[in-house]
Design a binder for this molecule. Structure first.
Ligand SMILES: Cc1cc2nc3c(=O)[nH]c(=O)nc-3n(C[C@H](O)[C@H](O)[C@H](O)COP(=O)(O)OP(=O)(O)OC[C@H]3O[C@@H](n4cnc5c(N)ncnc54)[C@H](O)[C@@H]3O)c2cc1C
Length: 478
């Protein structure tokens, strides 16, 4: 163990938290999309905050670069070290305990390495609900969710990760522990530092714990898939349903038929409740924990199901949709969401897609979609536009998949396609990252697109919290 940093960790903590075997390190050094591959001196797997603090104190002494990592499901390379092989990956995965769960206070306090799905399971047992939900929920961690300010399927109703967090425990770059794990709904005591760390992607401090707020678990849901010809109809429908349901829309997702075909092709065993000829499909869910909404009519339908059926019926009459299916039980609902959740993996299997994570104001989303589609077609006529996602939040993963017959020049066209999408985005005043963050993927783009004063302020914050630039350097700030 020639490295001074590792020698000190070994002596002051425990050699058992150090992984340096090449084979064992591998899964920590490549991202989910396999776009980033890094090298590292070692992976450290501490089990408590004190260990993280000691690691950071030694890192500060030895000027050792630390790359924090949670579940490694991030999509912008933020948790993958660079190629030099000099970084240390600090994996929070083993810090996965529940510190305090108070159903009466409607809060849960957890270590940062807790898996999102685990939190769902624990609180739902007590009839409570932690709303953040994304396809990676079985692997991503609360620390990673906070560090990226994750979004997902329910932002429309509950907000993103930032809105779910009441307090954080942070280990700063020099090892100081900042504990603000207060389960208080109201706490106006000066600057709200936690909001600096949320979305900072491991560049300002290590999140070691979090206090999260909980809401009532929905006791009834109505879920449907509908087919619409035009993107703009989806937006009309969303607005209509938000009014009709009294803002009980939990998810409203769009997906073009092109992408649905790819999912059916890549996952031939999943259920295929709908097979449209053209257009887009919508995944629609309303939910409620209200007693009134549970009440059934004569044929045993909850009032939410009535709302959903009335909504779909009027949409059909108004030619806003051409077809729809309503889930008649929990199993069917799950089958609908399985289709949606398989979208990222299906495109990854199909080809090497061009991926984006953009947002524009909701009322301009359809125009953006068509504008960007035309621009992409100018470069690559037969490529498949797979722009899907959370339209309620104005957030689309406007992704492009190679033509079905293959394109020998696909590799060369990818950059031009990306440029075309981002030029369209600029015209519509959108954001280059709605929910995935900047990581190492979009640092240059951030410099190009962010207001220079805003960027300078961010640099000042980074320099203040991490003067030796040892925390995830060259992520967000370059
Ligand atoms: C199939 C799939 C679907 C997805 N869907 C969505 C979606 O709908 N919405 C969405 O927002 N994202 C989505 N993602 C992206 C990803 O799941 C989220 O970004 C998630 O929040 C990352 O959590 P993680 O624990 O895996 O973090 P990692 O990937 O390990 O790390 C992400 C970033 O956070 C930093 N970090 C991690 N833990 C800590 C910590 N404890 N302290 C400080 N910094 C830390 C890392 O350095 C890195 O910069 C999806 C990913 C996949 C693979």
């Amino acid at each position: 163990m020639a490295n001074e940093f590792l020698k000190k960790v070994n002596a002051q903590i425990n050699g058992a938290i150090i992984i340096s075997d090449e084979k064992l390190m591998e899964p920590y050094l490549i991202d989910w999309r396999e776009n980033f591959r890094g090298r590292a001196r070692a992976i450290l797997t501490p089990t408590d905050t004190q260990m993280v603090s000691t690691i950071m104190r030694i890192a500060d002494e030895e000027k050792q670069i630390i790359v924090p990592q949670g579940g490694n499901t991030g999509l912008v390379g933020g948790g993958i070290p660079d190629q030099t092989g000099e970084s240390i990956v600090l994996s929070l995965k083993k810090m996965n305990s529940i510190i305090d769960f108070s159903p009466k206070n409607r809060t849960i306090t957890v270590q940062a390495g807790c898996i999102l799905q685990h939190i769902h399971d624990v609180v739902e047992n007590e009839n409570l609900y932690f709303p953040l939900s994304l396809a990676a929920k079985g692997s991503c961690t609360i620390g990673g969710n906070l560090a990226t300010n994750a979004g997902g399927l329910n932002v429309l109703r509950y907000g993103s990760m930032r809105e779910q967090c009441l307090g954080l425990e942070i280990v700063l770059a020099d090892g100081t522990i900042l504990n603000e794990l207060m389960p208080l709904l109201k706490n106006n005591t000066g600057y709200d530092l936690k909001n600096l760390f949320i979305g900072s992607e491991g560049t300002l401090g290590i999140i070691t714990g979090a206090c999260l707020k909980l809401v009532s678990k929905p006791s009834t849901r109505a879920t449907s898939i509908a087919v619409t010809d035009k993107f703009e109809h989806a937006l009309v429908l969303l607005d209509r349903l938000q009014h009709h349901s009294g803002d009980q829309v939990e998810s409203f997702e769009i997906m073009p038929k092109t992408l649905l075909d790819i999912i059916y092709k890549q996952f031939p065993d999943i259920s295929q409740p709908i097979k449209p000829e053209t257009g887009f499909i919508l995944f629609i869910e309303i939910s409620s924990s209200k007693f009134d909404d549970l009440r059934s009519n004569k044929i045993g339908q909850s009032s939410l199901q009535n709302i959903m059926e009335y909504f779909l019926e009027t949409a059909l009459n108004d030619n806003l949709i051409s077809n729809a299916v309503v889930a008649s039980n929990a199993k069917q609902r799950e089958a609908f969401w399985t289709i949606r959740e398989n979208a990222p993996l299906a495109t990854k299997r199909e080809s090497w897609p061009v991926n984006t994570d953009i947002s524009v104001r909701r009322d301009k989303l359809a125009q953006f979609y068509y504008h960007a589609s035309v621009e992409v077609a100018k470069i690559c006529k037969n490529s498949r536009i797979c722009g899907y996602g959370h339209i309620g939040d104005g957030n689309l993963h406007f992704n492009v998949v190679e033509s079905e017959d293959g394109d020998p020049n696909w590799k060369d066209k990818r950059q031009s396609i990306l440029t075309a999408i981002y030029s369209s985005l600029e015209e519509f005043g959108g954001s280059i990252s709605a929910e995935h963050g900047i990581g190492q993927l979009k640092t240059d783009q951030l410099i190009e697109t962010k207001n220079p004063t805003y960027y300078r302020m961010m640099t000042l914050i980074k320099n203040n919290f991490d003067p030796k630039n040892i925390l995830n350097p060259n992520r967000i700030i370059k």
